[in-house]
Design a protein around this ligand. Structure first.
Ligand SMILES: [Zn+2]
Ligand SMILES: [Zn+2]
Length: 301
């Protein structure tokens, strides 16, 4: 809730006129408790999780095989019942974990200094903070992911996420409830280190949900704009990790690939890609599309 009762008070405190974005924020948040603003994250999560993977699911369910040339594991087509079960199971886990966490974590959010007042952050400040959050989450997430691939971590927690050896957008947050909670730590670490405005906090959670859906999409779209982000792993990178499953010693990074290069966990993937290009070279253009995309099919773990 803002500490100004009128727009004139807000502008007097700022010492200048509000921008249109600040005026909109004032109108929206002036009378709303900070706790309600914080709880918007639950709505953002559910709306993004419900809507963003929908076009991918419809493409997989409705398109003819010839239109699925960008699919990374073309021999695997999930049925509508599989999409529905994944969605229902994931939504239940998200509501029980993220929803409850949201109710109890507000004091921590206030303690680290997530602010709701004016002025709003500039576009440059917002972008810089989001880049920091991505890097922090990627580094911590890499090591947590590696720990989840120890025998105990995999058998007791991470195997649920790997039930989909051919991922799809709706399977991005499909995981054991403990994994959902554990992965909340690297997500929150960035804003705890570099506190931001609540609007940046919302953007951060929106961005990481979209990124998770992108790398689990199961498609390698040639015009995907993320291909132009330096060191961005993308769907092909993470799809390989799911394809190999329990035995995977490669591709633990989720956003960028620098940790896999730094710690040598890119070698299996590189070898796999090199072998496939050699095979393609030897067979000319007669290699099947599945091999073109880097994977041979729907091995289930
Ligand atoms: Zn894994
Ligand atoms: Zn995954």
């Amino acid at each position: 809730m803002l500490s100004y009762s009128t727009a004139a008070d807000a502008e007097a405190a700022l010492g200048r006129a509000m921008t249109w974005a600040e005026a909109a924020w004032f109108r929206y948040s002036a009378a709303m408790p900070d706790y309600c603003l914080y709880c918007h994250n639950v709505a953002i999560l559910l709306v993004v999780y419900t809507l963003a993977p929908l076009p991918l699911a419809l493409l997989e369910l409705r398109a003819s095989s010839s239109l699925l040339h960008s699919k990374l594991q073309p021999s695997v087509r999930h049925a509508a019942a599989v999409f529905l079960r994944c969605y229902m199971d994931t939504a239940r886990v998200l509501l029980l974990t993220v929803g409850i966490l949201q109710l109890v974590s507000y004091p921590a959010v206030k303690a680290v200094g997530i602010r709701t007042g004016l002025p709003l952050p500039s576009a440059g400040e917002t972008a810089a903070q989001l880049v920091v959050y991505l890097l922090v989450e990627d580094y911590l997430g890499y090591w947590i992911h590696r720990l989840l691939h120890t025998r105990w971590g995999y058998d007791n927690i991470h195997r649920v996420h790997h039930e989909f050896s051919a991922p799809m957008g709706y399977a991005a947050p499909y995981a054991h409830w403990a994994e959902v909670l554990i992965l909340g730590v690297p997500a929150f670490a960035g804003p705890a280190i570099v506190p931001c405005h609540m609007t940046t906090f919302w953007l951060w959670f929106l961005l990481r949900h979209l990124e998770a859906i992108d790398i689990h999409s199961g498609f390698n779209f040639p015009l995907n704009p993320t291909k132009y982000i330096p060191l961005y792993g993308g769907a092909q990178h993470h799809d390989y990790h799911h394809f190999v499953g329990r035995q995977s010693h490669s591709n633990f990074s989720s956003v960028f690939t620098f940790c896999d290069y730094l710690y040598g966990t890119h070698k299996g993937y590189r070898y796999h890609k090199a072998s496939l290009s050699k095979l393609k070279e030897m067979a000319g253009n007669n290699v099947e599309k599945a091999q073109d995309n880097g994977f041979n099919g729907g091995k289930q773990d």
